[in-house]
Design a protein around this ligand. Sequence first.
Ligand code: URA
Length: 233
Amino acid sequence: MSLDKLLQSQGFGTRRECQSIIAGGAVSVGGEPVAYHDAAFDPEGLEFAVSGEPWSYRARLYIALDKPAGYECSRKPSHHPGVMTLLPPQFLARDVQAVGRLDHDTTGLLLLSDDGAFIHALSSPKRHVPKVYVATTADPVTDELLTQLRHGVKLHDEPKPLTAEVRQLDTHSLEVVVEQGKYHQVKRMLAAAGNHCAALRRTAIGGLTLAALGLAEGKWCYLEPAQVAQLRA
Ligand code: URA
């Protein structure tokens, strides 16, 4: 692949813009400066640098972010900054999108990708991908609350009651596992069961846990191919 096409595919701008970045001497490949935009490389596993910043060629992006509170997942945020502002601008240029959404005040594990098939597979209601949340409750957790959530609570716009696997963690916190991704699902389920969600954090999607990723809040990482394969399975 020619160097200008390669940079374009990685989100560095239009073909023209990439040509001028290369002509300006900002690009090196495998440590060697390359100033010819038609120099050709095998992109697979290619290490390159732009203005001294190292990059690896990635045909598709699979990203995990520990989302802080106060950010919207929408690509066109209206009231708060968007999560894309926490990622390199090259990712936005590659049309990276959140896999499902977290509310602006929900924190925790958010996946993002530019692979439409991956996004679709993980968001499809037919795939029962468990999503694990830690909910802090306004009122104490009671046995009655746990029983109601396990047996199912009716939300006004859902034809059938929705159930969750739940485990009490503390007087005011519980782990909630849901397989769907309905609008404000966990908050609405807690409210329907007579409590109120004071804070919500997603700790895992499928077998992928924030703890294993070791991310700090607001930080992101690339997913390893094995982690992507496990999420797809
Ligand atoms: N359930 C909610 O209520 N909000 C979220 O952000 C995620 C799940």
